[in-house]
Design a binder for this molecule. Structure first.
Ligand code: FES
Ligand SMILES: [Fe+2]
Length: 448
């Protein structure tokens, strides 16, 4: 009997242009001080990162109960583990409830019992405290009140795993935050791809410096000759949706030109000649498009993630802010099952060349932002619509949070889990708040 075969997903075309879009008045970037000030960065952490849904990984990387991966996002250490209790992926702060030592110390591993190597407390894969040596007799100590602090997670139908650090009651649900995103992702068969490799770049720039470039392809004809050979740049379109943007571009179906420069024969990457200008003695070859044969399904997820689907592979980008002027870029590449090693390498080289081009743009730009001579710049209403969109979200979230902190007279950290539970701790906490507030006021005079 023939089995029904699900129709292959089709990458849809972008919506038609709205003539009114072109009539939008021009707007400027946020001020450059927001790319350099540590105080603004700390405020962004509380306003944005500690209450946004952030992408982490794909569920296919967790084969069995106890498999885990650990992460640091904006200084917060946590891990995601496949629970032995119900098979679900769960996230916990990587902070022992005893005296805050990290419970998990490897980037990835597998264990259904997580033992803290400081004083020997143990937790199961559901984060429940199972052993606290010599605490059995301690009056008032309840094991069930000392489980690991859970972090909200959401796994989409496509297996994309997100976390949200917020402990606030009014946290926006994933389905509202990214309303419509699963429909967009359903145009791509994530099950047909498997994890291949990861790499990281450590950049001396603000996280927004990278996002600015990521959110437009106005720079592509100038800065990405290879990408501009593989996709028709005149069709590139960024469409803002609910806290995410979908990027569209038509693929070039014909073979594309590859300039082979003999002087580059020692280059590790076979693709470093891709899209290069022809030197006098260079040979031009026609080769199959390394970007594949499908139109782009590329997504920007506010605030700092990208999930970019091509036919040979998809890759995910996690932009991990470290300070106002340092950011770690983490890439995970998943290639199509059964893709030849040669094709895998072609795609990864193609991708890495584009990422390096962007990385260099960011480092040079940030150097100038740091000098304090540049203030703001004019953004193109359609070509840089994605930049306007995400910077608008940054501005609104930061302003709203800043107003709430001013009203409360203290910092508000939505990710804070350790509320003081005793009278004495509350009193001491209050002393700290008062000190923080007086420091804040002095600093505001200087920075704001
Ligand atoms: S800090 Fe983990 S057992 Fe003490
Ligand atoms: Fe770029």
């Amino acid at each position: 009997m023939a089995t029904a075969v699900a129709p292959a997903p089709v990458i849809s075309a972008p919506p038609k242009d709205n003539p009114e879009d072109k009539l939008l008045p021009g707007e400027h970037t946020l001020p450059a001080s927001w790319w350099t000030s540590e105080k603004v960065f700390e405020l962004e952490k509380r306003s944005i990162f500690n209450k946004s849904w952030m992408f982490c990984t794909h569920s296919s990387r967790f084969a069995k109960a106890g498999d885990y991966f650990s992460y640091t996002v904006c200084g917060i250490n946590f891990f995601i583990i496949k629970s032995k209790v119900d098979g679900q992926l769960k996230a916990f702060h990587n902070v022992c409830r005893h005296r805050a030592f990290p419970v998990v110390r490897k980037e990835q591993g597998s264990s259904t019992i997580l033992g803290c190597k400081y004083h020997g407390w143990s937790y199961n894969s559901d984060g429940v405290l199972t052993k606290a040596p010599q605490f059995e007799q301690v009056e008032g100590f309840k094991k069930e009140e000392n489980s690991l602090f859970p972090i909200k997670t959401h796994t989409t139908d496509q297996g994309l795993v997100f976390v949200n650090f917020s402990q606030e009651e009014d946290v926006i649900p994933f389905s509202t935050w990214f309303q419509g995103i699963e429909k967009d992702f359903s145009e791509y068969d994530f099950d047909d791809y498997e994890y291949n490799m990861s790499y990281e770049l450590n950049g001396k720039f603000n996280w927004k410096t990278l996002m600015d470039g990521y959110q437009e392809c106005y720079h592509c004809p100038t800065a990405h000759p290879g990408l501009s050979n593989a996709f028709k740049m005149e069709t590139y379109k960024v469409v803002p949706k609910t806290r995410y943007c979908r990027h569209y571009a038509e693929v070039v179906q014909e073979d594309v030109e590859f300039v082979k420069d003999d002087a580059d024969a020692d280059e590790e990457s076979s693709w470093f000649g891709f899209g290069k200008k022809k030197e006098s003695n260079a040979k031009v070859e026609k080769i199959a498009n390394p970007g594949g044969e499908s139109n782009g399904l590329w997504m920007y997820l506010f605030p700092t993630n990208g999930i970019n689907c091509y036919s040979p592979a998809y890759y995910t980008l996690r932009v991990l802010p470290i300070s106002a002027t340092e950011t770690l870029l983490h890439y995970d590449v998943y290639t199509k099952k059964g893709l030849s090693e040669e094709k895998q390498k072609e795609f990864i080289d193609f991708l890495q060349l584009i990422e390096l081009e962007d990385f260099n743009l960011c480092e040079q730009t940030q150097k100038n932002l740091n000098q304090g001579v540049y203030g703001t710049g004019f953004l193109h209403p359609t070509k840089e619509r994605g930049v306007l969109f995400y910077q608008g979200l940054v501005r609104d979230m930061v302003k709203e949070h800043f107003a709430a902190e001013q009203k409360a007279g203290k910092q508000i950290n939505p990710a804070f889990v350790g509320n003081a539970t005793t009278e004495s701790a509350l009193e001491l906490e209050e002393i700290c708040n008062k000190l923080d507030c007086s420091t804040e006021k002095t600093e505001q005079k200087l920075d704001w």
